[in-house]
Design a protein around this ligand. Structure first.
Ligand SMILES: [Zn+2]
Length: 673
């Protein structure tokens, strides 16, 4: 459940995944032309490191944000595009995997066939909902909708038991909303009120496109809003959800049924196809009670409306053009500020990556990732682990007893680099060259069953939560491992032929960031085996809280737009990981280069380290996208990921000869790790 990632990827929702309109080109060497030398690095380091890049790289119209890692993502997408174009060409020689991704992509690209079919491919699903005759049938229908990827009412999946990381149990979580987070349903500032009105109008238009009369669709959209608002009221907020103790309530199926007797749980679990199980984790029991009230108060007609909306919403991108456009208008344009939709090939490439990721990723790895990349990354990981060990040993605020435990945890962290040892087997997924929608539903169904089938089985520690071409990385608190997909092990994070300072500021910082997640406010609550278990003395835990509060206050003061601030508590784990990650990456660099001080391009190794760190985050962002990010994302916007860190670091201030009182010298510097 707790996978802590590196990037504030808006692509978590595929409706506004990132892409570029720029031609992709091979990356050059570490490029100092991004720097804006008219800015004093001690006044605004982000502007100094990225100012010229920002001027030269306006946001493409089909993007919410545009940064240096989007350029890398774009290069990766070009590789995937080529693979898919090759695979989609009819040829007798294709192996089964190539045939599958080629057919999926070809079907997705064939807009003419999609438009000609209209809603016909979805008719069987719509009819299932239309033909419900009694609310007792809801359980079975919702299980079916979950299998085909619709987020109706709640979320049911599997995951490691927080308190026994060797066992995989069933997991029940809140869900069923169309807006990005529960708070969107209540906030009463003018922007939020307007967003809600536009959301309801969007739901109405989608229902009209599906054949409802305007009057009916209008009434139905209001019903959807009311039902989702009720669910939102019963949902736990994002900050609380970061606290593992607040989302761990293991209970039996009978306990769950007692919380919501109006729902037919037995039928749901049977229909879901999950293996039999006794107990499950219910993240937030209050939500189950709210769900029970909803089941009782809303009539069958309202439920049909709600389920129809969620079905349409979940498959919108695979429907005829009018649906795709309407979906983009709200989730792309209104919510994220994106001006125009990405070209179809980019969307279809991303959908293939999302749905058949390890089939596509296998070929990507063959074309791009060599043994050398893995070896050099392992060396860096080793250097970063040593530095974090040193850092822990030198901490002034922690007692030897807790330090000892922290080191045990550090040494237990496993590394995964590049791609999985065993590729996922998609042979049971039926992919047809003329059925884009059906392909999507069947791939979702495969994934849903794959996840549920893990219940009661041994934990697969070789499994990846990201596909190989992904430009991102994560720490998994329950596995106690760090994961770096092949996609990120490239410039500007990692160069084959540059000085160490640049690579330690790039991929070194990324590795340090992920390692530090094991010790942020969330990760520190898990032990070396990935169990939620307290290994801290009371005194050290108090000291940690005090230091973490400093970081939360610091970032909570950063504003992205009028009235929109970074949420210091929501982003605490990520900010802690950024601060710790940069510090230990610098330590690892100095361990590696010794007292070497020779300048390159006029910069000392320390200066190049910080510039490299700054430049992996060079980004232009739309105001809507920033507003969305601070409301829903655990990562701070790029500017603050840079300035928020360096203002805490005497090492930075020394490297650039900053003076007390300058903006990049915090009066009260925060430091956890
Ligand atoms: Zn992170």
């Amino acid at each position: 459940m707790y996978k802590l990632t590196l990037l504030a990827s808006l692509a978590a929702c595929a409706l506004f995944a990132q892409a570029s309109s720029q031609p992709a080109s091979a990356p050059g060497r570490f490029d100092l032309s991004a720097i804006d030398r008219t800015v004093d690095p001690c006044v605004d380091f982000y502007q100094y490191a990225c100012g010229s890049w920002m001027k030269k790289n306006p946001i493409p119209p089909d993007q919410a944000m545009w940064g240096t890692f989007d350029e890398l993502q774009e290069r990766n997408r070009e590789v995937l595009h080529q693979i898919l174009e090759d695979a989609a060409k009819p040829a007798a020689g294709h192996d089964a995997v190539t045939q599958k991704i080629g057919d999926y992509y070809a079907a997705c690209m064939d807009e003419k066939v999609l438009d000609a079919k209209g809603l016909a491919p979805l008719e069987a699903e719509l009819a299932r909902i239309r033909n419900l005759t009694d609310k007792t049938q809801l359980a079975d229908e919702i299980a079916h909708l979950h299998a085909i990827g619709a987020d109706a009412l709640f979320d049911f999946s599997s995951g490691q038991d927080f308190k026994d990381s060797n066992s995989v149990i069933a997991q029940f979580d809140q869900g069923g909303l169309g807006l990005p987070d529960r708070d969107y349903y209540f906030k009463d500032d003018a922007k939020s009120v307007e967003l809600r009105q536009k959301y309801v109008a969007h739901v109405q238009r989608m229902l009209e496109l599906a054949g409802e009369k305007p009057e009916q669709a209008k009434a139905d959209a209001a019903t959807v809003m009311k039902m989702e608002t009720d669910l939102a009221k019963g949902s736990l907020d994002l900050v609380s959800r970061r606290d593992p103790e607040k989302v761990y309530h293991k209970m039996t199926q009978q306990d769950l049924a007692a919380l919501a007797p109006a729902f037919r749980w037995n039928e749901y679990f049977t229909s879901s196809g999950a293996p039999p199980f006794q107990s499950l984790n219910v993240s937030y029991p209050e939500f189950v009670k709210a769900l029970n009230t909803d089941i009782q108060s809303a009539g069958l007609a309202d439920w049909k409306t709600y389920l129809t909306w969620h079905l349409l919403h979940s498959v919108a991108v695979a429907l005829p053009a009018a649906f795709v456009q309407e979906n983009f208008e709200f989730f792309g344009k209104t919510l994220a500020g994106i001006e125009q939709m990405r070209p179809r090939w980019k969307r279809c490439t991303d959908y293939t990556d999302e749905q058949l990721g390890e089939a596509l990723g296998r070929e990507y790895v063959e074309r791009t990732f060599g043994a050398e990349g893995k070896q050099r990354t392992l060396q860096m990981v080793d250097a970063l682990e040593k530095a974090l060990g040193q850092d822990i040993e030198q901490l002034s605020w922690m007692t030897p007893a807790t330090k000892k435990q922290a080191l045990i945890k550090l040494h237990a962290i496993a590394n995964k680099i590049g791609y999985p040892d065993h590729w996922r087997d998609y042979s049971s997924v039926v992919i047809k060259r003329d059925d884009a929608l059906g392909n999507r539903l069947r791939a979702d169904e495969f994934e849903c069953h794959r996840v549920l089938n893990k219940i009661g089985k041994p934990v697969d520690r070789g499994e990846w939560d990201m596909t190989p071409p992904t430009v991102n990385a994560y720490y998994d608190a329950q596995m106690n491992n760090i994961n770096f997909p092949a996609g990120i092990l490239q410039p500007p994070f990692f160069y084959r032929n540059v000085d160490d300072a640049v690579n330690f500021g790039g991929i070194g910082m990324v590795i340090g960031h992920e390692l530090t997640h094991g010790f942020d406010d969330q990760g520190r609550q898990f032990d070396p085996k990935g169990n939620l278990a307290d290994w801290w003395t009371k005194q050290d835990a108090d000291k940690f809280q005090e230091r973490a509060a400093c970081v939360a206050d610091e970032y909570g003061g950063f504003s992205v737009a009028p009235g929109a601030y970074v949420n210091g508590k929501l982003t605490l784990g990520e900010n802690t990981a950024d601060n710790g990650g940069v510090r230990i990456a610098l330590m690892a660099l100095l361990n590696t280069i010794g007292n070497q001080t020779a300048k390159i391009d006029g910069y000392t190794p320390e200066q190049r380290f910080f510039l490299s760190f700054g430049q992996i985050w060079c980004t232009n962002a739309r105001e809507e996208a920033l507003r969305l990010q601070v409301q829903t994302n655990e990562h701070s916007p790029p500017r603050f990921r840079i300035n928020g860190v360096v203002e805490n670091m005497p090492e930075f201030q020394k490297a650039f000869a900053c003076k007390p009182g300058q903006p990049m010298v915090a009066a009260h510097a925060c430091r956890v790790w």
